[in-house]
Design a protein around this ligand. Structure first.
Ligand code: AMP
Length: 277
């Protein structure tokens, strides 16, 4: 497995692997089994797989956890090597943003998708995500790019970018990986102490409740949202809404075009989860 730090090395790597299908998994590192499922998918379904590890400053707000975001590079490298990854791309900030963060062309996702839910709380978050993902797509030219359904809003906005900008890349959504108690794996779960962890389990309970209602053909959004909210008692809920794939709130679930998205705070830790109907 090659560890690539700069763009010339990346170009050389691509030259040596011309005409091969490339599976690409963009990450911010601190890899866990959720990332690993994306990586395994990329390894199995492409000639070569590339994982990027880059904590992207432009998607963090000023009061967010950029400086303390967990960085476990050695462990990440081992995990990728064991999974059969061909190359890890680990650029420095200057490598991806050679003209600085404030003096270059940026991408503005549609307000209707990017200023709601996560975007209402995290200013310019999705603009920063698109900025770095488009740079990575242009540098890597993947055939298939793998994203977790865990970050539903991110996935839907990236799909929108790919469609609007005619990018020739397949976006492959991957199922949410959960721990033994059903909590969705997240690099931020390390911030949960044991009491907070117990509280956080209300989140997957809410998801399960919603899913079981929908499976029993209860499709009215209000009923689903209220049932989920009842499970979230004791947590500070940022949002709990049924939406369509354009992130518009809808009154009734349409199967294969709707999801329930939830964000809560457990103490200082903010957690998101969702289910796709
Ligand atoms: P991150 O490193 O948090 O930017 O995540 C990199 C990718 O892994 C994103 O596409 C996430 O949606 C995905 N991911 C993170 N956690 C999970 C999970 N528990 N299950 C599936 N995918 C995940």
């Amino acid at each position: 497995m090659q560890i690539i730090k700069n763009i010339d090395e990346l170009k050389e790597f691509k030259k040596n692997n011309k005409n091969k299908s490339i599976g690409f998994v963009p990450t911010m590192g601190a890899l866990h089994l959720g990332h690993l499922s994306l990586i395994k998918n990329a390894v199995s379904n492409n000639d070569i797989a590339i994982v990027s590890i880059f904590v992207n400053p432009t998607q963090f707000g000023v009061n967010e956890d950029f400086d303390i975001y967990p960085r476990t590079y050695q462990k990440d490298i081992e995990l990728c090597k064991n999974a059969g990854v061909s190359a890890i791309f680990m650029p420095e900030i200057d490598t991806l943003y050679p003209n600085g963060l404030d003096d270059e062309v940026v991408l503005i996702p549609p307000v209707s998708m990017a200023k709601v839910f996560e975007g209402a709380i995290r200013e310019n978050h999705f603009g920063g995500v698109l900025r770095v993902i488009l740079k990575l797509f242009n540098l890597i030219s993947p055939t298939n790019a793998y994203f977790g359904k865990k970050d539903a809003q991110q996935l839907l906005i990236i799909k929108k970018m790919v469609s609007d900008l005619f990018l020739d890349i397949n976006i492959i959504p991957c199922d949410i990986v959960r721990d033994k108690n059903n909590l969705a794996l997240s690099s931020r779960n390390v911030y949960l102490d044991s009491a907070s962890y117990e509280m956080a389990l209300n989140l997957p309970n809410a998801i399960n409740k919603a899913m079981s209602l929908v499976l029993a053909n209860t499709l009215e959004s209000k009923i689903i949202e209220n049932a989920a909210m009842a499970c979230l008692a004791g947590l500070e809920v940022d949002y709990c809404n049924v939406v369509d794939y354009n992130l518009k709130k809808i009154q009734e679930i349409q199967k294969r075009n709707s999801l329930l998205i939830i964000a809560v705070r457990v103490g200082k830790v903010r957690l998101i989860d969702n289910c796709w109907f």
